[in-house]
Structures are given as structure tokens and as C-alpha cells.
Design a protein around this ligand. Structure first.
Ligand SMILES: NC(=O)c1ccc[n+]([C@@H]2O[C@H](COP(=O)([O-])OP(=O)(O)OC[C@H]3O[C@@H](n4cnc5c(N)ncnc54)[C@H](OP(=O)(O)O)[C@@H]3O)[C@@H](O)[C@H]2O)c1
Length: 203
């Protein structure tokens, strides 16, 4: 089973790669990995999927968005966030599904700030909510082709909080977050779902 992991060198992506033991993993990043692609650039995704050939699943754990107080968020910051984290993942499904066979699964990444905003999350909250809405809608249309689309919603990841010098106790280890991605890849009954990675904390 070949799984394309976009963002494979990242905090979440590298834990997902570890969790995908036994799978053939194609690691993708803009400048890291086995193959390079920028999710914000549709042409580079076309080249990626052409180069990979057949695949069974795509996990996207990539996409930047701006975290700033509302009065510091410029129009450009909003557009950057839309173009990268939101439209980047839309492009992954839109373009990837052109190359997908029945049985393929797409797993996108949002974040709990979609429904649990904090000061500074205005742009990220819109983007995360948009990814979840897109995932549900795309799943409806791709169901006929037996292609699944789901979204994993991670909370703060402990390793990210640690790198930011913040209290890690409110985070979830990347290895735990990765369990959510693994289940979405493997559980064919999950389709059009938003999976909160916190539900894997005690599994
Ligand atoms: N970490 C958290 O606490 C947390 C919590 C909730 C949600 N999330 C979301 O989870 C996703 C991954 O977060 P992370 O913390 O694991 O990120 P990260 O550690 O910064 O890693 C990002 C990964 O994505 C790749 N990447 C970035 N932009 C890309 C693009 N435009 N096209 C292709 N690859 C790209 C990077 O590789 P290259 O540098 O080679 O491109 C890297 O492999 C993000 O969307 C983030 O918003 C994270």
C-alpha cells in the first residue's frame, strides 16, 4: 500500500510516517522528502501525482496560516492563509482525485482552532473550518468513485509547544496525533468525517 505523506518531515508528518509502518511511504515537502511539491502550486501537484503513479492514500499534514491578533492581520495575511493551508489542501484533493483509483483515501489537516478559537486565531480558525467543510462536501461527491475524504483535527502538539518554549501539558504528543491519521487511512468506514485527534489520547 503506497501512502503519499505531504509534510512528511514536519512535527506531525514525521510521526505519521512512523505510524505507517509496513506501508510504502512517499515523503513529500517543498524542499524535503523523496519528492518535492508545493501544495499552494497546482502545477507542482500535477507533476507530483504523475511522478508517483498509483497510490492508496494521501495524508496532507502541511500548510501554513498566520497566527496574529485581528488588528495585526493584514489582507495579505488572510490571503496567504487561504492560499496555503486551505486552498493548498483543496488542490491536493482536486488534483489528486484526478489520479485516484477506487479505494483511495485523502486525509487533510485542520485544527481545533476551527471550533475553539483563541485570540490571534482569526485567520487560522476560518481556514480550519473551511478545510473541514470542504472535506465533508468533497467526500459526498467522490463517494461514487469510492474515494474517501476525511479531516484530522489536531490540538496543539506537545513537541510544537516545547519548541515554542510553552507549557507542553496542554498538548498531545505527535505520536498520539498520528494514531488518528493511521485510523483514517485504514478504517474504510470513515468518510466525510472530521476526526478530533484528542479522542486518541487514551487509546
Ligand atoms: N503542530 C501543531 O501543534 C499543530 C496543531 C494543529 C494543527 N496543525 C497543522 O498541522 C499541519 C502540520 O503542522 P506541523 O506542526 O507538523 O508543521 P511543521 O512541523 O512546520 O512541518 C510542515 C511540513 O509541511 C511541509 N510543507 C510546508 N508547507 C508546504 C507546502 N506549501 N507544500 C508542501 N509541503 C509543505 C514542510 O516541508 P518543507 O519545508 O520541505 O516544505 C514540513 O514537512 C499544519 O497545517 C498545521 O497548521 C499543527
Amino acid at each position: 500500500m503506497k501512502v503519499i505523506v505531504i509534510g512528511a518531515s514536519g512535527t506531525i508528518g514525521s510521526a505519521v510516517v512512523t505510524a505507517l509502518q509496513g506501508y510504502e511511504v512517499v515523503r513529500v515537502g517543498r524542499s524535503s522528502g523523496d519528492l518535492n511539491a508545493d501544495i499552494a502550486n497546482p502545477a507542482s501537484l500535477q507533476s507530483l501525482f504523475k511522478a508517483v503513479g498509483s497510490f492508496h492514500a494521501v495524508v496532507c499534514a502541511a500548510g501554513d496560516a498566520k497566527f496574529k491578533p485581528l488588528d495585526a492581520l493584514s489582507e495579505e495575511d488572510f490571503h496567504f492563509s487561504f492560499n496555503h493551508k486551505l486552498m493548498g489542501q483543496v488542490h491536493v484533493v482536486r488534483i489528486g482525485s484526478q489520479f485516484a483509483s477506487p479505494g483511495v483515501s485523502f486525509t487533510l489537516t485542520s485544527g481545533v482552532l476551527a471550533g475553539e478559537p483563541v485570540p490571534g486565531s482569526a485567520a487560522i480558525s476560518i481556514v480550519n473550518a473551511g478545510i473541514e467543510a470542504f472535506g465533508r462536501a468533497a467526500a459526498l461527491e467522490l463517494k461514487d468513485r469510492q474515494i474517501r475524504v476525511n479531516t484530522v483535527s489536531p490540538p496543539w502538539v506537545s513537541e510544537t509547544l516545547q519548541a515554542m518554549g510553552q507549557d507542553t501539558s496542554r498538548g498531545l504528543p505527535a505520536a498520539t496525533v498520528a494514531k488518528a491519521y493511521l485510523e483514517v487511512v485504514e478504517n474504510v468506514s470513515l468518510d466525510g468525517q472530521v476526526v478530533d485527534a484528542r479522542s486518541y489520547a487514551k487509546i
